[in-house]
Design a protein around this ligand. Sequence first.
Ligand SMILES: [Zn+2]
Length: 152
Amino acid sequence: MEALNAHNKEEYPPMHTAEHLLNQTMVRMFGCERSRNSHIERKKSKINYVLDAPPTEEQIAEVERRMNELIAQDLPVSYELVTREQVPAGVTLSKLPEDASELLRIVRIGDYDVCACIGSHVASTREIGQFRITSTSWNAPQFRIVFKLQES
Ligand SMILES: [Zn+2]
């Protein structure tokens, strides 16, 4: 659509959609912000969050459990175009490029997540597959999650 800015890189839709779900899950569990530092790739992705303290093993397992629960719910991904004045409350625009068009695309995953994004997403969350955290690391205040997706 011409009103939208071209995306600067091709993303693998299942991984990129998992990034949306993981951002919202981290925001809800830890009260942190959505990640501003991620490397999302087809085989393995890395994503950093700024936290006050490192999560426990139990909390990390809970992140993975919630992600797979959301995927199993097969939440639909939907879109709407809005002007900057119509952006829903709580949606941050900080990750958009400064030259982002006046018309913004809002992406919703069920009633769980909403954000402004011009990337490529799956149609519903079951297409993501199984979500697996392969490792985590803590380098205060950065908490890094490395994750993979597997066919389910
Ligand atoms: Zn997106």
